[in-house]
Design a protein around this ligand. Structure first.
Ligand code: AMP
Ligand code: GLY
Length: 429
């Protein structure tokens, strides 16, 4: 098979690494890729938003399967454009990508399918939205309806914060057109988990569960980020929780999407809150998570490529994947200043030594190659993954690798997996 992956981050490096191990693979392209993927795949200088350029490349190179990493090309219709050119794509149509592109759409699907989720209302008029939160009270969650680079959600502890968020989104238009509509939700409480499934329009194949660490600082402090680290499996997500997530949330969503004539294909990422009466849907994303992808794929024992092809071709029924019983932890190395302004260009040393440590995989996220060396070139720069017999070992191995890397401008959270290790110890007694 000739495969094209779209994207340039740690998630795409991990997808490429897994696909590269497949005996079915004949040629692997990645657009635009990064220095990590250049070591074993052909980087192609095309951006994810250049839909016409990507389709033309796929046609010219006779690509058998396209695997988009991020949501932007999907929301922009890459799967539809590839379908029109007769090329299989492991990702949803633009219509089905509304599951990430519009929070209101997701809430409507959830209600129609009987999926447990927070009570909600949507507004296009600021005045009505302000009145609604006065009536409901705080805490309350305010969301820009559209894509806002992961910054469109405010969990407001007080009514003042909630009014402020509404003013910023609806009147000051800080997220532009993405905030023309807001969704206001009841605040859920509990542990958060991310459950992943591979979907073919009808069937869903479980891909694993992870816990992300979204805040920039130790102890879950500071602003939200794209994800500072992840672990799998979180001890608060036993098999019964996964069963419930698949049967009450993911499969009903697939059935509802199919019923509406927009069958969902590709990676489905369900962000869930574990409340006492079971998992509740916070949001769907129409892609693998980052750094969850770098955390889950090293656990995979089976060949990933035939499963992705089956998902793209509506043929997942009966497919199975085997997984290692290890625990997995990923620590993301970031440029100082992230998620705010940060410097680029600093040299990163010690990558080979780090990658050679037991159980470790390094995935490039925001790097560039220069004169034989690797320089920082982004906010999230490296995803350092390690497997271990248990979470404690996985985390210790990931930090041993982090400490082998020499990069003056970098930082990471020092507490990835700490709460999970504590919870696992408590559960053991
Ligand atoms: P999202 O961008 O939808 O992933 O939301 C970002 C984060 O906001 C989530 O990961 C949750 O931590 C939080 N969040 C979103 N919706 C709710 C909710 N209804 N109740 C509590 N927290 C929420
Ligand atoms: N790590 C969260 C995400 O990929 O959205």
């Amino acid at each position: 098979m000739r495969v094209l992956i779209i994207g340039s981050g740690g998630r795409e490096h991990a997808l490429a690494w897994a696909v590269a191990a497949s005996p079915l693979l004949t040629e692997l392209f990645i657009a635009p890729g990064n220095p990590g993927t250049a070591a074993f795949a052909q980087n192609v200088p095309l951006r994810g938003t250049d839909i016409a350029g990507l389709v033309a490349f796929a046609v010219e190179r006779k690509i058998d399967l396209v695997i988009p990493g991020p949501e932007a090309p999907l929301v922009a219709g890459i799967a539809d454009a590839l379908a029109a050119a007769g090329i299989a794509c492991c990702g949803p149509s633009a219509a089905a990508a509304q599951l990430e592109g519009s929070k209101e759409f997701t809430k409507e699907i959830a209600d129609a399918a009987g999926i447990p989720t927070a009570a909600w209302a949507s507004f296009t008029q600021a005045e009505a939205a302000h009145e609604y939160i006065e009536a409901t009270g705080a805490p309350i969650v305010i969301k820009a309806d559209g894509l806002a680079a992961g910054k469109g959600v405010v969990v407001a502890a007080t009514l003042d914060e909630a009014h402020e968020a509404l003013t910023a989104i609806m009147e000051d238009k800080v997220h532009g057109a993405a905030g023309a509509k807001v969704v206001i939700e009841q605040c859920l409480e509990g542990e958060e988990i991310s459950v992943f499934a591979l979907c073919d329009g009808q069937d869903a194949l479980y891909l694993g569960v992870a816990a992300d660490h979204k805040r920039v600082g130790d102890g879950d402090t500071g602003p939200n980020t794209g994800g500072m680290g992840a672990i799998s499996p979180p001890p608060w997500a036993p098999p019964a929780i996964i069963e419930a997530a698949m049967s009450r949330i993911i499969r009903p969503a697939l059935a509802e999407m199919a019923k509406r004539g927009m069958p969902f294909r590709g990676f489905l990422f369900a962000g869930l809150m574990l409340e006492p009466d079971g998992p509740k849907l916070i949001e769907f994303n129409v892609r693998f998570g980052d750094p969850e992808c770098e955390t889950l794929l090293p656990l995979l024992e089976s060949d990933l490529l035939p499963a992705l092809a089956a998902a793209a071709n509506g043929a997942l029924k009966g497919a199975e994947l085997r997984w290692k019983t290890s625990a997995s932890a990923t620590v993301v190395l970031c440029a100082k200043g992230y998620p705010g302004a940060y410097a680029t260009g600093g040299e990163i040393l010690g990558l080979e030594q780090a990658a050679a440590l037991p159980g470790v995989q390094l995935f490039h996220a925001g790097t560039m190659a220069a004169e034989g060396g690797i320089l920082a070139n982004g906010g999230r720069v490296l995803a350092v993954n390690a497997l271990g017999a248990d979470l404690e070992q996985a985390v210790a191995r990931a930090y041993a690798a982090v400490d082998t890397i020499d990069w003056d401008d970098g930082f990471c959270r020092r507490d990835i997996g700490r709460r999970a290790i504590f919870a696992a110890a408590l559960a053991k007694g």
